[in-house]
Design a protein around this ligand. Structure first.
Ligand code: SF4
Ligand code: SF4
Ligand code: SF4
Ligand code: FES
Length: 947
């Protein structure tokens, strides 16, 4: 067996009452429902198997696992036979050995005899089992075999070689049970049985979403990663955490030399339990893409050629520029952005550098533009700026309300877990302007799709609350015990007002009143009810109000504080929770303590040896406005790309142009770096140590897999810059940074690298009261003591449609691409999404003479861009939709400067636009292209350092 293949118990664990059986003379007690195969393995006895795996329900097709049971006739399959009290089982006997050899002989007679040159050699269950059963020769020479069947190489990441298939069905079951996509079937019968990805379809053309679960499940080389075929089997593995979305999947990076051979989802991963999606599983090739910039660069003006310099020169140059700017324009004329893609330790250091070395609070993070309303809304109502549950909690939910989120695309591994629960019978309410996959997918159908108009979230939630209050569905006991009475009574009177009834609101929300009433009743009375939400909630002018309205619903129905319920923000980026926890906002020190709090400040002042300002610094929009005004001149941007990700692109790029020193630390020359004066090469997640914190507050280790391409991990660069600025930082390993975080952050007190190594991951709060972390929050009391209901008056956005701009544009993500696409665009994921497209309802398209695939101009009050049209009924009439993964699409050229009233989170989800058929790109796109060409020409010849 390959060194790094994990022990597989053959069938899933069960949780019944204890049952004792005897296997090969050993007595073993296991829960009722456990298979004999698993019971044997738990006693240290491995029964031969091929079609069984502990991540799948037993199937019983290969017959290799047969055993003898005292008092029973025949040779039952141990994978499908559950334990019964007093059973006496033999797993080895001459007869069993003979039968198993015969079975294996049949398999091998129709299998290529090319083990030595096969990509799975040394890591193949069929090969292992042939050895285990002692097969020495194959006596048959079958007239008919599958050996000449053609391979399907259509998927960019894995190949399918039917000649090697033993039709064990594991791939089919993995696609159904683990992923929930149902893309595969076994077609034909008997000898003609074969795995098929749809009728006459290749994997790429089929429903397959390239999650890799089938590849993981395959016991042969039939489904095999192309990277393994190309590079060979790995020599070692390192456990680390995915750097894409907020699910935070744990992976074993399998390595040969310093090269990643494949990323295998970790069965022990607490967030993913051995599953993954196309991004984390396959799209890691960007880390060695030739576009990586491997040496620091500087230049005076953005129209100068870049000059490659040493790290020392780049750091001292940057420090001097910042010192000069502060000397000339004042202490507050510079600031920094922390990254939600970098580690906790790196985000912590950047905010520390800004507060201690720059001497101001001008630090912000990209959470400003995604989940800042979550932080605000949950803190005010529940007392903690984070989701209340772990992901596994969904398996105890009876009703799930998904609002403004698209988990199967944005958080795919959680999406699979949710679909599993729905297949088990949980009810689903989807509140979304679009018909996302969960509304109607394979074996999943929403019980209610509340297809609201973009911008009407608060109105819809108030009308749901109206039904709960007026139909007396409030959990009065919970509210009386756990919540502030006065605030509740105010809220109750507010939502009970007839103006919030579904009937009064339906014209505004577009959702039929009967649907709202039915959904409200289901949420309030259907058992454990959980809410999952995403950027469709937060990225609005009323984002914070919407988060509070969600918390109100959960408190009113008592759906907080136990498994299966809660308020769950699906965080976008891998470490957006962590970057917020680490004090990345201008008003908060690590642990969400306000800079005006003298006690908190004193603690940091003592540790850091500086005096801290008690006034909040500038948020990103304020920094950009101050740059336009000429008072903000220098910015250190670690792992962020505001020129692509922030709204109103031309406003952002204008601000960047107005600054004297823009420092970008990144893997690639991203859109912001085109306006930079200093480029500091970043390290990918494979090149560093640290931790990420996912959407369930889970702190997971990130461990170095390969050397940093440019010689430094990101935290080392911040340390060097701080030292050059005159504020000493002396860390030699990120574990020391975590120790400092733990000493200064009450929710992290018990966190250490040693404990992370021991437990695998830890959900904060982790302290004396919860030394191993906290999966579910607010169990006995809210963090703030009593839950606080907030009145959430619906205030329509100022962004209105008009005769000139009659459509609403809303935006979102797609499974295969990730945010600004800097990473995924540099992988083969382009096979699924090579360009952003504008989704238009057929009625709107027909009105304008637009056909599928036509180029259309999209014009808002902020700007104009063009992209190709997709005509679809996924969007409603009057609504158009696009993704924002390709910079040349200019999706943010058209989004406006409207933002959330409390946090300035931009209103990406509502932009009034007009669209029309065009033949040519927009003026902005022409200028963008010319500027991009200029900037690429200004790069020095880049050599990627060979690992
Ligand atoms: S890659 Fe995933 S979605 Fe595609 S066939 Fe395999 S299990 Fe199904
Ligand atoms: S492709 Fe692999 S997992 Fe699927 S049936 Fe064939 S051998 Fe089994
Ligand atoms: S992108 Fe998200 S769901 Fe996909 S593997 Fe990474 S963490 Fe998991
Ligand atoms: S492993 Fe039990 S029948 Fe295949």
């Amino acid at each position: 067996m390959a060194l790094y293949r994990e022990l597989d118990y053959g069938t899933p664990a069960r949780s019944g009452a204890p049952v004792t059986v005897e296997i090969d003379g050993s007595s073993i007690t296991v829960p009722a429902g456990t298979s004999l195969m698993r019971a044997a393995q738990e006693a240290g006895i491995a029964v031969p198997k091929l079609c069984a795996s502990d991540s799948l329900e037993p199937f019983g097709s290969c017959r290799l696992c047969m055993v003898e049971i005292e008092g029973r006739r025949g040779f039952p399959a141990s994978c499908t036979t559950p334990v019964e009290p007093g059973m006496k089982v033999r797993t080895q006997s001459p007869k069993l050995a003979e039968l198993r050899r015969g079975t294996m002989e049949l398999y091998i007679s129709d299998h290529p005899l090319d083990c030595l040159t096969c990509s799975a050699n040394g890591n193949c269950e069929l090969q292992d089992m042939a050895g285990v059963v002692g097969l020495r020769e194959v006596r048959y020479d079958p007239v008919k075999t599958h050996l000449a069947e053609p391979k399907d190489e259509s998927n960019p990441y894995f190949s399918f070689d039917p000649a090697k298939c033993i039709v064990c069905n594991r791939c089919v079951r993995a696609c159904e049970e683990v992923q929930g996509t149902f893309a595969l079937t076994i077609s034909g019968r008997g000898f003609d049985s074969q795995v098929s990805a749809g009728q006459n379809e290749t994997f790429l053309d089929s429903e397959c979403v390239s999650c890799g679960a089938c590849v993981n499940a395959c016991p042969t080389a039939t489904l095999m990663e192309k990277s393994v075929i190309e590079k060979g089997q790995a020599e070692r593995s390192v456990t680390t955490t995915c750097a894409y979305c907020g699910v935070g999947c744990s992976f074993k990076a399998e390595i040969k030399g310093n090269e990643v051979v494949r990323m295998v989802p970790n069965k022990d991963g607490h967030a993913n339990h051995g599953h993954a999606c196309v991004k984390g599983r396959f799209a890691w090739g960007y880390a060695t893409h030739p576009d990586r910039i491997a040496a620091p660069m500087i230049r005076e003006s953005i129209h100068d050629a870049w000059r490659t310099v040493s790290w020392d020169e780049a750091i001292s140059y940057t420090a001097q520029r910042f010192k000069d700017i502060q000397a000339q324009y004042g202490r507050g004329s510079v600031g920094g952005l922390t990254s939600s893609r970098c580690t906790n330790e790196e985000a912590y250091l950047v905010q520390k550098l800004v507060r201690a070395a720059f001497g101001n609070n001008n630090v912000d993070t990209c959470a400003r533009v995604c989940h800042s309303p979550t932080g605000y809304g949950l803190k005010v109502t529940l007392g903690e700026s984070a989701g209340t549950q772990d992901f596994d909690s969904v398996l105890a939910a009876d009703v799930v309300l998904v609002i403004g989120a698209n988990p199967t695309d944005g958080h795919p591994v959680f999406g699979s877990q949710l679909k599993r629960r729905l297949r088990e019978g949980a009810k689903l309410i989807v509140a979304d302007p679009r018909g996302i996959d969960l509304v109607r997918g394979p074996h999943v159908k929403a019980d209610h799709h509340l297809q609201l108009r973009p911008g009407s979230n608060v109105a819809l939630l108030n009308s749901l609350a109206h039904v709960i209050v007026t139909e007396k569905l409030v959990n009065e006991v919970f509210v009386a015990e756990r919540c502030e009475t006065e605030a509740f009574e105010q809220w109750r009177a507010f939502v009970a007002d007839p103006r919030h009834s579904p009937e009064a609101m339906q014209e505004l929300t577009g959702v039929p009143a009967a649907s709202v009433r039915a959904a409200a009743r289901l949420y309030a009375t259907g058992g454990n009810a959980a809410i999952y939400y995403g950027l469709g909630v937060t990225e609005h002018s009323q984002g914070s109000s919407t988060v509070m309205a969600i918390a109100n619903l959960a408190m009113a129905t008592g759906n907080i504080g136990r498994a299966g319920v809660g308020v769950n923000p699906l965080r976008g980026q891998n470490n957006v929770q962590g970057s917020c926890d680490m004090g990345s906002f201008p008003h908060e020190l690590p642990g969400y303590r306000h800079v005006s709090d003298p006690l908190a400040r004193a603690q940091f002042e003592q540790s850091w040896g500086v005096t801290l300002l008690d006034e909040p610094g500038l948020r990103i929009p304020n920094m950009l406005a101050a740059a336009h005004a000429g008072t903000f001149k220098g910015m250190y941007i670690q792992g962020e790309d505001p020129a692509q990700s922030d709204p109103d692109t031309q406003h952002v790029t204008g601000a960047l142009k107005a600054m004297e020193c823009v420092v970008v630390q990144d893997l690639f020359l991203n859109e912001t770096a085109k306006y930079a004066h200093v480029f500091l090469p970043g390290a990918s997640f494979l090149e560093k140590n640290g931790t990420f914190t996912n959407a369930e507050r889970r702190i997971s280790p990130v461990r170095k897999v390969m050397p940093a391409l440019a010689g430094k991990e990101d935290w080392e660069v911040t340390v060097a810059l701080s030292n050059a600025l005159g504020y000493p930082m002396n860390y030699t390993h990120p574990s020391q940074i975590m120790d400092e975080i733990a000493s200064l952050t009450p929710t992290f007190t018990g966190v250490s690298y040693a404990k992370l190594d021991r437990l695998g991951s830890i959900q904060w709060p982790c302290n004396d009261a919860a030394p191993e972390g906290t999966p579910i929050m607010h169990e006995d009391a809210f963090v703030r003591g009593k839950g606080r209901f907030m009145v959430t008056e619906y205030i329509p956005t100022e962004e209105r449609t008009s005769r000139k701009r009659p459509l609403i544009l809303t935006t979102g993500r797609i499974l295969s691409q990730y945010n600004v696409g800097a990473q995924t665009r540099r992988t083969a994921n382009g096979a699924w999404h090579a360009e952003d497209r504008l989704e238009i309802h057929p009625v709107d398209a027909e009105d304008r003479g637009i056909n599928d695939g036509d180029w259309v101009s999209i014009n808002s009050r902020a700007g104009e861009t063009a992209m190709r049209a997709t005509i679809t009924e996924r969007v409603q009439p009057g609504i158009v939709y696009t993704t924002f993964h390709h910079p040349e699409s200019g999706a943010n050229v058209i989004t406006t400067d409207n933002s959330d009233w409390a946090t300035n989170c931009p209103e990406y989800k509502v932009t009034a636009v007009q669209i029309s058929k065009v033949e040519a790109p927009s003026q902005w796109q022409n200028e963008f292209q010319a500027f991009t060409h200029e900037q690429i020409d200004l790069l020095p010849p880049i050599k990627v350092v060979q690992l």
